[in-house]
Design a protein around this ligand. Structure first.
Ligand SMILES: C[S@@+](CC[C@H](N)C(=O)[O-])C[C@H]1O[C@@H](n2cnc3c(N)ncnc32)[C@H](O)[C@@H]1O
Length: 200
């Protein structure tokens, strides 16, 4: 599905960084120690990864779509930005060493429910002390008609994402509602957002 979207000319998600990326950068600037290394899970065409790299982060972007990864790679090269993009599956992807930031926008609903707890344990264990996880996930609401173009997506329960970070400092946590145009059909959506810091 994403291969097909990313094969089209132009950038499917646009070039501007996501709201989560902007919120994370603002919060990271206020921390006593600036994070340096970042993994972007489900990096798509690379808009957030490239934004972070331009700000001086050392970034690895991971996405299951090889078309997205190639497109992101080419765009980074064109802009003269150093990012390592890899094809990888967030259901199985293993961080080989600790990073300062694990970031994921719009991709975590591709984690099946039965493996979520262990996946979050892995992301958290491989975050350096004092490091950040910045994540969002779609949540269903009874008053919003269900809509998904992605047959593999499974919604998070409202509040579930925050629950994975009960032992971390919560720097930001909210539920947002907005109109998304993904798939070419405008539809309302609710999303949980968490930016959490691992204790030192
Ligand atoms: C809604 S898009 C968001 C892309 C990007 N984060 C952005 O905001 O521009 C979701 C992304 O997750 C990727 N994805 C879906 N399932 C995945 C999986 N199992 N492992 C890695 N990436 C996956 C898709 O290829 C797609 O690029």
């Amino acid at each position: 599905m994403y291969d097909e979207r990313y094969s089209r000319p132009g950038l499917y998600w646009g070039s501007k960084p996501t709201q989560l990326a902007r919120d994370f950068v603002r919060i990271a600037r206020s921390l006593p120690r600036s994070p340096r290394t970042l993994v972007d899970l489900g990096s798509g065409e690379g808009r957030d990864s490239i934004h972070f790299a331009r700000l001086g982060y050392r970034v690895v972007g991971v996405d299951i779509s090889s078309v997205g990864v190639r497109k992101a790679d080419r765009r980074a090269a064109r802009l003269g930005v150093d990012v390592r993009f890899h094809v990888g599956d967030i259901r199985t992807y293993r961080l080989s060493h600790r990073v300062d930031v694990v970031f994921s926008s719009g991709a975590l609903n591709n984690l099946p429910r039965r493996i979520r707890a262990t996946r979050f344990e892995h992301f958290k264990a491989n975050t350096a002390p004092g490091g950040i996880n910045a994540m969002n996930a779609d949540v269903p609401k009874p008053y919003i008609p269900p809509y998904s173009m992605n047959p593999f997506a499974s919604p998070f329960r409202s509040g579930e994402l925050l629950g994975y970070y009960g032992d971390w400092e919560i720097l930001d946590s909210k539920q947002v509602e907005f109109v998304s145009n993904s798939g070419g059909v405008p539809h309302r959506k609710a999303m949980d957002v968490v930016i959490a810091r691992k204790p030192d």
